[in-house]
Design a protein around this ligand. Structure first.
Ligand code: PEP
Ligand code: MG
Length: 568
């Protein structure tokens, strides 16, 4: 597409979505091609064996193309693509397609029906499996395209810097976007803590999710998006674009004056840390002005592994993650397997409610050898690199679990043990839970999910999952009070830490570190530098006094310093 094709349709229209990755963008829309469907009334095949080998070849071609894309992307993305390629190679899909061929369906229809059989099973299993239905259908649609000899669904080829628009993007699609040409992402579905949102922020691409009618925006229409406010203007006039550009310039100017450790205006330290998912993330974050890592999601490294990684394999990866940070802290979370992040080698079988099941530390308790191997590797890598490594457990619910974990960490020569506080029960009793360990880290993504009883993968429940929900803030406040009572530091590593206004509230509630996608660090640093601890406490009180999430945000936005709010 060339710039001459950029259409401008009047009048400009501004719609409100949810900003999930900061920054602004202005450019033409590229719509992601919808899935390829089999032709209606596709005739039965004459030669079933030949048709089956075509289907086998189609699935193999999909796997190979996903693997090829995997070589072009960073390690988090690689894991996602490899996991999807593995799905395409599942013999069960070919077998199920053979059944449909035998029942008298054509090639493409057989693939589609086979995929839908599996999709129904995955849906019925719920949790992680249900969440992979999108990936499964993506594999199916690609195989249908391959067997029909038509272009694959997904992001079409384009040359001009563009804004990618889709109903939703599979993590694999987000992870493999060409960063030099994709200037923004807009989705009609998706949620604040979906993988796509997390990856977009990690890639530094401005993004807005939950934008009503996004997929109906004509290809080539110019849009202006603001990944902070969540506003998208369709066919904006140049005045709005220049206002947005001017605001972006003011923002980067304002941000450029600040560097170094995070602190409030009265000098109260708040560590600014990165969330990472592997060695490449570590190398890029290590080069940035931040104080270390507040969350290394180790399960991201092993998403496509079929067997448990050895101590030696793990040691090598951890060395690669620790080295870029020198003496800075690296908080490693032990495998958070299960629910939305299943690992083939740490699978206890299907569960009706995996998000409430044997996941995170519960799974480690059932497979302690896995945990011990990981802790051993972390211990070796920490000693070899001299890094300040702190290890924490996911999904801790009780003081006994915290004590059990801390003992195992210390037995492996690792000096600091912590726990994620992401279960409301642990938050309410943080005093007893944190007494057993050295620190706590609030996982507000899951804490919101469990406090509001709303599946975090359901974009349609975004309002309930909003971390500004006063109930979530109350639970965070309780966790902070418990931490203070036993004199343990508590931080936040959920997506809420990267929201500059919410960061102020969190500091007001008592957190001492904020860990986020590195692209969000500068604006959070600025927000802190403009407010004293007492002001943060006032903002926190205002947010908690509000009746709704929207009122909480408005109260804080109105009371925060205009030097910050005019940049947002
Ligand atoms: C969280 O739940 O807030 C968190 C940081 O962990 P994850 O998003 O990996 O579940
Ligand atoms: Mg979590």
């Amino acid at each position: 597409m060339s710039s001459s094709e950029t259409q401008t349709v009047a009048p400009p229209e501004t719609r409100q979505g949810i900003g999930v990755s900061p920054g602004t963008a202005y450019g033409p829309v590229v719509q992601v091609s919808p899935p390829v469907r089999p032709p209606r009334n596709e005739p039965a095949v004459d030669d079933q064996d030949a048709a089956l080998s075509d289907i086998r070849a189609a699935f193999e071609a999909v796997a190979v193309s996903l693997e090829q894309r995997a070589t072009l992307v960073d390690d988090t993305a690689q894991q996602i693509l490899k996991a999807t390629a593995l799905m395409a190679r599942d013999k069960g899909l070919v077998k199920a397609s053979a059944k449909e061929l035998a029942a008298g369906h054509g090639r493409a229809t057989s693939i589609d029906l086979a995929i839908e059989t599996f999709a129904a099973k995955f849906d019925a299993l719920g949790g992680y499996f249900a969440e992979r239905v999108a990936d499964l259908r993506d594999v199916g649609s690609r195989a249908v395209a391959a067997v029909l000899g038509v272009p694959a669904p997904g992001v079409p080829a384009f040359t001009e810097p563009s804004v990618i628009v889709a109903e939703d993007l599979a993590p694999a699609e987000t992870a493999t976007l060409d960063r030099s040409r994709v200037i923004g992402i807009i989705t009609e579905a998706g949620g604040r803590t979906s993988h796509t949102a997390i990856l977009a922020a990690q890639m530094g691409i401005p993004a807005v999710v939950q934008l009503v009618g996004a997929t109906s925006i004509p290809v080539g229409t110019a849009v202006a998006l603001d990944g902070d406010s969540g506003e998208v203007t369709i066919a904006p006039d140049m005045e709005l674009v220049s206002q947005q550009r001017e605001r972006a310039a003011r923002r980067s100017e304002a941000l450029s004056h600040l560097s170094g450790a995070g602190a409030t205006s009265d000098g109260h330290a708040v560590a600014l840390l990165a969330n990472i998912g592997g060695v490449e993330d570590a190398v890029s974050a290590g080069a940035l002005d931040l104080e270390g890592v507040g969350l290394f999601r180790t399960e991201f490294v092993f998403l496509s592994a079929t067997t448990a990684p050895t101590v030696q394999e793990q040691t090598e990866i951890y060395r690669g993650v620790f080295a870029p940070f020198g003496g800075r802290r690296v908080v490693v979370r032990t495998l958070d397997a299960g629910a939305d992040k299943p690992l083939k080698f740490a699978d206890l079988g299907p569960e009706e409610n995996p998000a409430l099941g044997r996941r995170g530390l519960r799974l480690s308790a059932e497979q302690p050898d896995l945990l011990d191997a990981q802790l051993e590797a972390l211990g070796i890598a920490a000693r070899e690199t001299g890094a300040d490594v702190r290890v924490m457990a996911p999904m801790v619910a009780t003081a006994e679990e915290a004590a059990w974990f801390a003992r195992r960490v210390r037995d492996n020569g690792l000096p600091k043990a912590g726990v994620m506080i992401e279960v409301p029960g642990a938050a309410l009793r943080s005093r007893h839970v944190l007494e057993e360990v050295d620190f706590g880290s609030l996982g507000t993504n899951d804490l919101a999910q469990y406090t509001m009883a709303a599946d975090r993968m359901q974009g349609a429940l975004s309002d309930l999952l909003d971390p500004w929900q006063p109930a979530v803030l109350d639970v965070v406040a309780a966790a902070c009070e418990g931490a203070a009572a036993v004199d343990r530091p508590i931080g936040v590593c959920g997506e809420s830490a990267g929201d500059p206004l919410l960061a102020l509230v969190l500091v007001g509630l008592g957190v001492s570190s904020l860990s986020m996608a590195p692209s969000k660090v500068p604006v959070v640093r600025l927000a802190l530098s403009l407010h004293s601890v007492a002001e943060c406490q006032t903002l926190a009180a205002a947010a908690r006094a509000a009746r709704t999430a929207g009122d909480a945000l408005t109260a804080v936005r109105d009371a925060a310093r205009s030097e910050l709010t005019t940049l947002l």
